[in-house]
Design a protein around this ligand. Structure first.
Ligand code: ATP
Length: 588
């Protein structure tokens, strides 16, 4: 098939907003594509491979501009200025090359196969001289292209397929092309377990649309992630779940799907991109922790401070992205723990159709927990109090809320679906604490790894003026420079005690205790209810204290303050209430 045919369809799609019309146009194209069907669908998507294969068709805009400059005789700078003004290199190229197509014995019509093949070569070019090779391939395509072909070639190679034919539009188009619109659900079901539309189009064409029903989950090909609905309160969740449900920590990291096939491990993101190379530490640990030859598992990768055993804010993990060169260092600086919460396949048995409890059992039986691989915390609850306690526990541990999961017979793993089998319940508010607090060091925990021999984290407290007590409010392990960490034992030595100071109230057993003296300035994300910390216990809520979430040392030692001048309980309560007021106002 000529590439011109595809480009003209893309042009028509661009000028309609009606989805039905798009489906008509694409399905008629698919019917005509025959042997070129896979390549046709890839080009419609502006790709050369499914996302999970990790083959990027990246050609830098600069190279595309260079190609246009060389063919049009204009300066690169002039084209760059045009691009800033118009923002679409495709349209600029179309205009510039309108009358430049080579008409000679050497010129050849562009076919879908030829374009796809050239793009694949571009995507695979690497190493020395690869930029020149990419430029040459692009020049060759552009020289033989009609104006409308130039527009789409340029958009595809620079990764800006503007019209962006949505995956679901292609799903419907496959159904209409090789069956009827009613078959859309069937195609979508296949797409959920094999998110490779060119392959599905090919199979529908060659084996008939109904052949898609027999597609099986394949290790190595990611499954679309099951998603969650949301409800505004735990009581509504309890009602929706008929009075009983599994409650899990909702970790705040990156959704990560694990495929283990013998010695090979592949990791996929929520968007089904292959992210294996970003997590060599997880890959290695999975090899040891997963006691099955073949497994497909679902989880959340969370940045973690292994020395203090604390979760870190989600943003930290993104520092791993695109770090090919110093990945080794990044792995050490930003360790990641993968919390597994589901199993879709174990040893070749597809578990997606069995209820939650059975999948969870299989998961726990298959995983041997390690430093970097853990099983998500979970419990079955049937009353609000327990659910609420678990919720607060999750927040205190650094999670963003809980996931409620149905445990009824119908609680299968539904790929790509957002239904009430899973319900998320997050904290409503997310803010920086407006002010810093000054906290007193009352205890410490032995460090591990880089911090071994020193302290991994400090136990921090606020002061109660009325009762002359120091009550714990957080563990503090973040924000210290290496030098500050090294100095801590020396600074704390004069205050060292054999056991807890009688003025310190703590339910946490620290490794080291100190006379409350040293005051540090700390900034946190917010103040939350806490089942463990003793600060303001029973004041806001029976059985709960208050804690500071994600505390960080600001670098300021408040040596100008004595322990009894540190932030007091009353101030923490005021901060908690003003934070809530602000949230209510923001949400109003
Ligand atoms: P959504 O996934 O609902 O579109 P989103 O991307 O903003 O929205 P969240 O609102 O954070 O995600 O909620 C769902 C996500 O929570 C999941 O995709 C998963 O990454 C994460 N998650 C963390 N812990 C769990 C858990 N125990 N079970 C399921 N998902 C979890």
């Amino acid at each position: 098939m000529r590439f011109l045919e595809l480009a003209e369809i893309l042009d028509k799609i661009e000028s309609t907003t009606k989805r039905l019309e798009m489906v008509e146009l694409i399905s008629s194209l698919l019917r005509r594509a025959e042997d070129d069907i896979r390549e046709t669908v890839f080009l419609l998507q502006g790709k050369v491979a499914p996302d999970y294969e990790g083959i990027e068709l990246g050609i830098a805009e600069k190279i595309a501009i260079r190609a246009l400059a060389s063919l049009s005789g204009l300066k690169e700078a002039t084209i760059e200025t045009e691009l800033v003004k118009k923002g679409d290199l495709g349209k600029i190229g179309e205009e510039l090359l309108r009358n430049k197509k080579q008409v000679s014995l050497l010129s050849e019509e562009l076919t879908v196969k030829k374009v796809y093949g050239s793009l694949l070569k571009i995507s695979k070019a690497s190493g020395g001289g690869s930029q020149t090779r990419k430029l040459q391939i692009l020049l060759d395509l552009l020289q033989n292209a009609d104006p409308v072909e130039v527009r789409y070639l340029l958009r595809i190679v620079t990764g800006k397929m503007r019209i962006g034919v949505a995956d679901m539009t292609i799903v419907d188009s496959i159904a209409v092309a090789f069956g009827t619109k009613d078959k859309s659900d069937l195609v979508e079901g296949a797409y959920n377990i094999m998110p490779n539309l060119p392959e599905l189009a090919y199979r529908a064409m060659s084996g008939g649309i109904d052949s898609l029903a027999s597609l099986k989950v394949t290790p190595g090909i990611p499954i679309r992630s099951m998603l969650a609905e949301r409800l505004p309160s735990l009581s509504e969740i309890l009602e929706k779940m008929d009075g009983r449900f599994a409650i899990e920590y909702k970790y705040d990291g990156l959704r990560t799907q694990v495929h283990k096939i013998g010695d090979k491990v592949e990791l996929f993101s929520r968007r089904l991109e292959n992210v294996t190379s970003q997590f060599p530490d997880i890959v290695e640990e999975i090899g040891k922790s997963v006691k099955a030859q073949i497994a497909i598992l679902d989880g959340e990768a969370v940045p973690f401070n292994l020395d203090t055993n604390e979760m870190l804010p989600f943003q930290e993990i993104s520092r791993r992205r695109g770090r090919k060169y110093d990945l080794k260092e990044t792995i050490q600086k930003i360790p990641v723990v993968l919390f597994l919460f589901d199993a879709m396949m174990i040893n070749g048995t597809n578990l997606m159709d069995v209820p939650y409890a059975q999948r969870r059992l299989k998961l726990t039986n298959t995983i041997e927990e390690s430093q970097n691989i853990k099983i998500a915390k979970s419990r079955v609850v049937s009353d609000i109090e327990s659910a609420d306690r678990f919720f607060n526990e999750a927040l205190e541990a650094g999670c963003e809320g809980i996931m409620a999961k149905s445990i009824e017979d119908k609680s299968v793993y539904k790929p790509g679906a957002r239904e009430f089998l899973w319900i998320k319940y997050k904290r409503e508010y997310q803010l920086e604490m407006e002010d810093t607090v000054d906290l007193v060091v009352v205890g410490a925990f032995g460090g591990q790894g880089k911090r071994s021999g020193g302290y991994g984290a400090l136990l921090m407290a606020v002061y109660s003026r009325e009762e002359d007590k120091f009550r714990t409010v957080c563990k503090l392990g973040s924000g210290f420079s290496d030098e500050q960490l090294d100095n801590l034992p020396r600074m704390l030595k004069p205050y060292s005690l054999k056991s807890r100071d009688h003025r310190v109230e703590s339910t946490i057993d620290a490794d080291f205790w100190f006379t409350p003296s040293l005051v540090l300035e700390v900034k946190g994300a917010e103040i939350t209810l806490s089942p463990t910390h003793t600060c303001c216990r029973d004041v806001v809520k029976k059985g709960a204290g208050l804690a500071i979430r994600f505390p960080r040392f600001t670098g300021k030692w408040r040596t100008d303050k004595k322990a009894d001048e540190a932030t007091n309980e009353q101030e923490i309560i005021e901060m908690y209430h003003s934070q809530r007021k602000k949230v209510l106002a923001d949400n109003a």
